[in-house]
Unconditional design. Structure first.
Length: 291
């Protein structure tokens, strides 16, 4: 199967990432990582209309929301909770990157190096009591996170080696099984991902201008082509979670590439004939109160 994505925003973002559909409020949330900005928008037919933007930190890796609509933001090195939850030690040359809530509403987030990767980046889970559980400490660039429809499998991406990992996951206890390589991608870097209602993975491929759909046993099942080489992440949005929203970036493109791909950095929509999964809201303590 193949599909083509259509541009859906008038605005362009340097490093658009982390789209999330907040169904109760019918709003789209996403971040511009390098600008440190959290954006909010609504669907208007085939377009996304930006309804609000807030700069939250030097960089912003991810945003999720609670059941009441309050936002939890992963800033440069801390989660913007009350009080802030520090993930990256002060002075370390790394920042927070992609994050997501597990099926119990706990927030997971990973890091990337601000320099050459050393293979010691982490993926952590913030527990209800504010403590941190380290799931991985040997990553190069922690990226997309997602769960199977029944919540028993957890997928995570290490972009630099191109690996999609999978392990068993018990959201009620927090227990995880051994990590194993589920897929290795060599023609582009796997970035953000989501899972549809059939348990297929949709993975944005940085450098390839594609979002690829994979079956639960890691076979290619379709490709969405995007007229922007740096596709960054994906989410199902809208009524019935029936539309695929794709974020892209201008970061890393030279002048010739930007001229060849003038839609880079925009948001895109694709109709792919399947539905997504609802997002579990953040179930931790109150954040800044912003919603």
């Amino acid at each position: 199967m193949s599909w083509a994505a259509a541009v859906a925003s008038a605005e362009s973002f340097t490093l658009g990432e982390g789209p999330l559909w907040d169904a109760p409020r019918e709003r789209l949330l996403w971040v511009d990582v390098d600008a440190g900005t959290v954006h909010e928008g609504r669907l208007d037919g085939d377009r996304v209309v930006v309804t609000g933007s807030r700069q939250r930190d030097r960089t912003v890796g991810a945003v999720v929301c609670s059941a009441t609509g309050d936002l939890l933001v992963a800033g440069a090195q801390t989660l913007l909770t009350k009080p802030e939850t520090r993930i990256v030690p002060t002075g370390a040359r790394r920042r927070l990157n992609d994050g997501a809530c597990d099926p119990a509403g706990n927030f997971l987030v990973g890091t990337l190096a601000l320099g050459d990767p050393q293979g010691d980046e982490i993926l952590v889970r913030r527990e209800r009591d504010g403590s941190l559980t380290v799931l991985d400490d040997d990553l190069n660039l922690s990226n997309g996170l997602a769960w199977s429809p029944d919540g028993t499998l957890f997928y995570s991406i290490d972009s630099v080696p191109g690996i999609v990992w999978v392990r068993s996951y018990d959201a009620a206890t927090g227990a995880t099984g051994p990590r194993r390589e589920w897929l290795r991608i060599t023609d582009g870097l796997p970035d953000g991902l989501c899972v549809d209602a059939d348990g297929h993975l949709w993975i944005a491929i940085w450098g390839a201008g594609e979002v690829r759909r994979y079956t639960p046993d890691a076979r290619t099942a379709g490709v969405v082509t995007v007229p922007a080489p740096h596709t960054t992440s994906v989410a199902f949005v809208g009524a019935g979670l029936s539309r695929l929203l794709i974020t892209t970036a201008t970061a890393g493109l030279d002048a010739d590439q930007l001229a060849a791909y003038p839609m880079s950095g925009r948001l895109f929509l694709a109709d792919v004939g399947v539905a997504g999964l609802p997002v579990t809201p953040w179930a931790g303590p109150p954040t800044s109160g912003e919603s």
